[in-house]
Design a protein around this ligand. Structure first.
Ligand SMILES: Cc1cc2nc3c(=O)[nH]c(=O)nc-3n(C[C@H](O)[C@H](O)[C@H](O)COP(=O)(O)O)c2cc1C
Length: 396
């Protein structure tokens, strides 16, 4: 993998976001970009990275920086995994496959959402690197068990169980944009969107050529077939995961389990007790409970509780390679990114995802060189200053 740092037209993730905004219908762009309620946590996730400052070691030569790591025993070319982003196929034709392919080509992991428009078998086949399957219990236990079995056969390496969605967060942009009506597939309900779609003819043509609004091929309800978009919100509200469910999930899946959506040290301990192999400190990118603390800020609490027993990953607010470096300095094993690559997918499909990964990779190399640190494995708290009150957030 080249380590040269060329200044291309797309310099950063914000550039990809701007292009995606131009290319996508508003209802699709806002679906990616928005968060819950007042979007306090969405913004706080990003701002938390600003509160951490670097302490570089100058005049230290770092001719080749080593970004390689392992997560759950699997080698990755850098400490980055693409987070599950539901309905990526609305963003770009066969979006989940395109994103998985780009991740595989870059040697990093990809996590497929249960709410995917592409068959999990096709996504696994698209990537050369490890793929993880993110599980929601939509459609009931038998439906989940059949997806788990399909994921095992298809070669998914880990099962990611998301625990922060007892109900869907109130995403006000989606409500104002009338996403529910759009997804109802009733022609009359879709008419108000026609003018919005006609202003984005390239997206519309690609969307229609890809078959239009998909069903969910990985949520196959026994006796009914793949779940419809229109049924998802109600199904989500009847499908929360509890710690008790983790028992039968643990029995059904013999590979590694990653618990995603841990906000506190206490839940970190519960994840360990439930037999998880890794956890993701995550607030769903500010899309669920608005007003929770940013993930970077709760990372020290979770690490203090379980960092010696389980691999601790983080997501939320990763927009630059320096954000990845800060999370690693604080002790995360690796990070997941959601919007950073979803903007790339909206901007230019698989090429846009590849560009997002490359931006983060070259940023991270540059950050290491400027820090005077030869490898991501060597990053630790000696390279940063954190606000004095960050350590007092936890309660034991
Ligand atoms: C458009 C979108 C869809 C998402 N869909 C899912 C999903 O289906 N399952 C899940 O566990 N998390 C989902 N997430 C949350 C991400 O996996 C991740 O936690 C979050 O995006 C991290 O924050 P970031 O976007 O700031 O990187 C979604 C996020 C976005 C932006």
């Amino acid at each position: 993998m080249s380590q040269s740092i060329q200044p291309p037209r797309v310099l950063n993730i914000e550039d990809l976001r701007r292009i995606a905004k131009r290319r996508l219908p508003r209802v699709v762009f806002d679906y990616i970009d928005g968060g819950a309620e007042a979007e306090l946590t969405l913004r706080a996730n990003c701002r938390a990275f600003e509160a951490v400052t670097f302490r570089p070691r100058c005049a230290v030569a770092t001719p080749a920086c080593d970004l390689r790591t392992t997560v759950l025993g699997t080698p990755l070319s850098m400490p980055l995994i693409l987070a599950p982003v539901g309905s990526s196929r609305l963003i770009y034709p066969r979006g989940e496959e395109a994103a998985a392919r780009a991740a595989g080509a870059a040697g990093i992991g990809y996590t497929l959402s249960t709410l995917s428009g592409c068959c999990l078998e096709d996504v696994a086949a698209a990537s050369k690197a490890p793929v993880w399957y993110q599980l929601y219990l939509l459609g009931g236990r038998d439906c989940a068990l059949s997806a788990i079995e399909r994921a095992r056969v298809a070669g998914f390496l880990a099962l990611v169980v998301t625990i922060d969605t007892p109900v869907a967060g109130m995403r006000e942009r989606d409500l104002r944009n009338r996403v529910k009506e759009l997804l109802s597939r009733k022609l009359g309900m879709m008419l108000p969107f026609v003018s919005q779609f006609l202003t984005k003819p390239r997206w519309l043509a690609a969307f229609l050529a890809d078959g239009g609004l998909m069903k969910f091929p990985n949520i196959v309800v026994p006796g009914e077939g793949p779940m419809l978009y229109a049924d998802v919100t109600t199904a989500l509200e009847q499908s929360m995961v509890s710690w008790q469910d983790l028992r039968w999930i643990r029995e059904a899946w013999s590979g590694p389990i990653v618990i995603k959506g841990v906000h506190t040290g206490d839940d970190g301990r519960r994840a360990v007790d439930a037999g998880a192999d890794a956890l993701v400190v995550s607030n769903h990118g500010g899309r669920q409970l608005d007003g929770v603390a940013p993930t970077l800020r709760v990372l020290p609490e979770v690490l203090a509780a379980v960092g010696d027993r389980i691999e601790v990953l983080l997501d939320g607010g990763i927009r630059r390679g320096s954000d990845i470096a800060k999370a690693l300095c604080l002790g995360a094993r690796a990070v997941l990114a959601g919007r950073a690559y979803a903007y790339g997918l909206g901007a230019a499909g698989g090429a846009g995802v590849a560009r997002a990964i490359e931006v983060l990779r070259t940023d991270l190399i540059r950050t290491l060189k400027l820090l005077g640190c030869a490898s991501t494995a060597k990053l630790d708290e000696s390279y940063i200053d954190i606000p004095a009150d960050w350590r007092s957030i936890g309660r034991g």
